[in-house]
Design a protein around this ligand. Structure first.
Ligand code: BT5
Length: 261
C-alpha cells in the first residue's frame, strides 16, 4: 500500500467514509489488546474496528481497570500513526468530542462535558473513557472507546458507582446499540477528516465550550510529578491543558484532574 503524506499525519489509502472494517466479538479480553495483537501480526490494518459486547479485562490508563458489562459500547479503532507522537493525545480529544456530539446532538442529552484528557461526563459523572495506544511496529494507533449505554449502576462494582453514570440510568430506557455505534463511528470518521485537514485548532472553541471545570480551580496529578493546583484556562493547539497557578501558567501533557476542595 502506498501512503500519502499530508502535513505531519500520514494518511493511509483507506477512506474515513464509514469504511471502517468492523469485526464483532461476543466477549473479548480487551478490544484494544486484541486489535493491537492483530495489527502486530499483520492480520488487520489501520481502518479496522473491533467491537465487543463485553470485555473481561478492559483497561484504562496506567493499567487501571475499565469495567465493561454487556449493553455498553466497547470498541477500538485502528488509526494511522501520527508522525509526531504527541498528536496521539489529540486523537483522544477528537474521539471524546465525537462521543459528546453524539450524546448532545443525536440523543439530546444535556450537561455533557469533555473532561480532559480522555473522558466524557454527564453532569458530575463519567459516562465514557477513551484510551489511545501506539502500535509503532504496525504504524498504527488504537483508539479505544468505552461508553456506558444500556447498563445499570448495579452492573458495576460498588466502589465505582458514585463516580459514574450510564445513559440508561438517565433516560430509563435502552438505546439501540448498533445504531448508537453506527452514529459514533460516523462522527469519529467525520471529525477525523476535519482534524486531518485543519488540525486540533479547528475544534478548540467547541472543546473549550464544553470543557469540564473550565475556569474552575482544580488539582492536577500526573505520574512522576508533584501535584499542584490552579485554574483551568483551556486547552492549547497541542491538546495540552493550560493551568494558571498562583505564579505561572503551566501546560499539562497528561494527568488526572479533580476539582479543588
Ligand atoms: C479510561 O481510563 O477512562 C479509558 C477507558 C478506555 C476503555 C476502552 S473500552 C474499549 C477499549 N478496550 C479497553 O480495554 N479499553 C478501551 P482512565 O482515565 O485511566 O480511567 C479509568 C478509571 O475509570 C478507573 O480507574 C475507574 O475509576 C473508572 N471506570 C472504570 N470503568 C468505568 C466505566 N465503565 N465507566 C466510568 N468509569 C469507569
Amino acid at each position: 500500500m502506498i501512503a500519502q503524506k499530508k502535513g505531519e499525519y500520514e494518511i493511509r489509502p483507506y477512506r474515513h467514509n464509514m469504511n471502517w472494517q468492523i469485526q464483532k466479538f461476543a466477549t473479548c479480553s480487551s478490544t484494544n489488546t486484541q486489535l493491537k495483537e492483530a495489527l502486530l501480526s499483520g492480520k488487520v490494518q489501520a481502518g479496522t474496528v473491533f467491537i465487543a459486547d463485553e470485555q473481561t479485562q478492559g483497561h484504562g490508563r496506567l493499567d487501571r481497570t475499565w469495567v465493561s458489562p454487556k449493553g455498553n459500547v466497547a470498541l477500538s479503532c485502528g488509526c494511522p500513526l501520527p508522525k509526531n507522537l504527541q498528536k496521539v493525545y489529540q486523537l483522544n480529544l477528537i474521539a471524546a468530542l465525537s462521543v459528546l456530539h453524539l450524546l448532545k446532538n443525536k440523543y439530546g442529552f444535556e450537561n455533557v462535558f469533555l473532561k480532559w484528557p480522555n473522558d466524557v461526563w454527564i453532569k458530575d459523572k463519567k459516562v465514557c473513557g477513551i484510551l489511545s495506544e501506539v502500535v509503532a511496529e504496525a504504524d498504527a494507533v488504537v483508539v479505544g472507546i468505552g461508553v456506558n449505554v444500556n447498563s445499570r449502576l448495579k452492573d458495576f462494582p460498588q466502589d465505582l458507582r458514585p463516580l459514574l453514570t450510564t445513559l440508561k440510568e438517565i433516560i430509563n430506557t435502552d438505546l439501540d446499540l448498533p445504531e448508537f455505534i453506527k452514529g459514533l463511528l460516523k462522527n469519529f470518521d467525520e471529525n477525523l477528516k476535519l482534524y486531518l485537514k485543519n488540525g486540533l485548532s479547528f475544534f478548540l472553541p467547541e472543546i473549550t465550550k464544553d470543557l469540564k471545570y473550565f475556569h474552575q480551580r482544580v488539582r492536577v496529578e500526573s505520574e512522576g510529578n508533584a501535584a499542584f493546583e490552579g485554574k483551568i484556562l483551556g486547552i492549547d493547539e497541542n491538546g495540552f491543558l493550560k493551568i494558571k497557578t498562583d505564579n505561572e501558567i503551566r501546560q499539562v501533557i497528561s494527568g488526572d484532574v479533580t476539582l479543588s476542595e
